[in-house]
Design a protein around this ligand. Structure first.
Ligand code: UGA
Length: 436
């Protein structure tokens, strides 16, 4: 069985590496020459635990990486995993997916195989029926359901656990018509993921499921963040105990109740905006979704307010930010709340030093010489008047009285309660813990 994967971002490259490492006949396609050249050498364009290892195993087997779309000819299965970034009005930019499926359609025209095309890219409801399907049918001069299969197959993997999530997804969603291709797809997934629930539905519902998933996760985060702000005003109250306990109620569940500076990353903020935009377009006022987003945007203001309350004017104050990635175990800084905070503090003329175990290179590419870059926690704290922990990297747990001795003023804002169990000789604030 030949499988092609078009678009080698987080989703595409994780899938490519997992399937190729099992010895399957895989072709990975991307339009970016440099990216493909690196992947061919076993260099991943981003840091993701376990990815490099599996990629190398795959490259030693049957994996081919190329910018040449014609290599997808004779595929049994074609996954489309290209990005759908955000437009300024919140809607999604679908030019990349349009161009990818156009190229696929052209190849299909002279292909003797009847492949199944699975769209993993996140698209708003109706995109498959109204845009993707007509493009492929027009370019290939073939009929979906008869000459090829077309299935919506949203992805739920998380960065930093992308490989584990690709190997062991919690669900497989297949949206489309009940054709022989759907039966084949169901068989394919039940073989590679035995015992994982497969939900078969139509295109629109599959597209909606993806947005429902991410917007619910964002809602959980904004909920706990709002409660954490309330806890902060109650001397001695602790949001982690609240979250842990309500999480024991199976109707609530314990995950995604970790309070912090707000949700970031390349997915939740973008998908929230796209769903809000979509709801407005179809005439539904998304009051709850708007509130979730508003609560998220406010979270960073609360941090700035806390710094100003203690330091007064921030002009020329030395502040250290620990963690610039959008979460631990990734070097991804796209839509990272920490990056947003840096921008806001720079506007207030703060002298900033940052440290992140993995994301320094990406951070430098944005701020260049506007901020200082430390190569360790201790270097980052020299002469600092305030330390802000933005991301829960494991190594930040080691911070102790010795590490902070080097600070000019021992003022700590811990957005992830990394140090809340320690009694540090400092003016310590943690999001979600009421100062006694
Ligand atoms: C998210 C979803 O979790 C995936 O299921 C989905 O497939 C993916 O988007 C996508 O659409 O591609 P990801 O962006 O990798 O995955 O990141 P998350 O782990 O969801 O974290 C998003 C943000 O929420 C981060 O800034 C994180 O720090 C924050 N977060 C998460 C919290 O503040 N508290 C939590 O309890 C959980």
């Amino acid at each position: 069985m030949k499988i092609s994967i078009v678009g080698l971002g987080f989703v595409g490259l994780s899938l490519t590496s997992v399937l190729a490492s099992k010895g399957k006949d895989i072709v990975g396609i991307d339009v970016d020459d440099e990216k493909c050249a690196n992947i061919k050498k076993g260099i991943s364009p981003f840091f993701e635990p376990e990815l490099k290892k599996l990629l190398k195993i795959g490259l030693g087997k049957k994996l081919k990486i190329s910018t040449d779309f014609s290599l997808i000819k004779n595929s049994d299965i074609i996954f489309v995993t290209v990005g759908t970034p955000q437009r300024s009005n919140g809607s999604i930019e679908i030019s990349m997916i349009k161009s990818a499926v156009k190229d696929i359609g052209k190849i299909l025209k002279n292909d003797k195989k009847n492949p199944i095309i699975l769209i993993k890219s996140t698209v708003t409801p109706g995109t498959m029926q109204e845009i993707i399907l007509p493009i492929i049918e027009k370019e290939s001069r073939k009929k979906a359901g008869k000459d090829f299969g077309l299935i919506s197959n949203p992805e739920f993997l998380q960065e930093s656990t992308a490989i584990r999530d690709t190997k062991f997804p919690h669900v497989i969603v297949l949206g489309g018509y009940q054709t022989r291709y759907m039966k084949k797809a169901e068989k394919f997934f039940s073989e590679i993921h035995p015992n994982i629930p497969i939900v078969i539905t139509n295109h629109q519902t599959a597209e909606m499921i993806k947005y429902a998933n991410n917007s619910f996760l964002a809602t959980k985060i904004s909920f706990i963040n709002q409660l954490s702000n309330i806890c902060q005003k109650i001397p001695g109250a602790n949001i982690d105990d609240v979250a842990k306990t309500i999480g024991l109620d199976p109707r609530i569940g314990k995950l995604f109740l970790n309070a912090g500076p707000g949700y970031g990353g390349s997915c939740l903020p973008k998908d929230m905006k796209a769903l809000i935009n979509f709801a407005n377009r179809v005439g539904i006022n998304p009051t709850l979704l708007n509130a979730v987003e508003h609560t998220n945007n406010k979270q960073i203001q609360n941090i700035i307010h806390l710094i100003e309350k203690t330091l007064g004017s921030l002009k020329n104050k030395h502040i250290t930010i620990l963690g610039t990635a959008f979460k631990p175990d990734t070097d991804d800084i796209r839509d990272s709340i920490s990056i947003e905070l840096i921008k806001k503090l720079l506007a207030k003329k703060v002298t900033l030093t940052v440290y992140d175990p993995k994301a320094m290179k990406n951070t430098k590419s944005i701020f260049k010489e506007k901020i200082r870059y430390a190569d360790s926690i201790s270097h980052s704290l020299k002469n600092s008047q305030c330390m802000i922990i933005m991301v829960h990297w494991k190594q930040f747990e080691k911070i102790n009285d010795n590490s902070i001795n080097i600070m000019k003023r021992k003022f700590i804002i811990d957005c992830r309660r990394v140090l809340s169990g320690k009694k540090l000789n400092s003016n310590y604030y943690a999001i979600g813990i009421g100062k006694a």
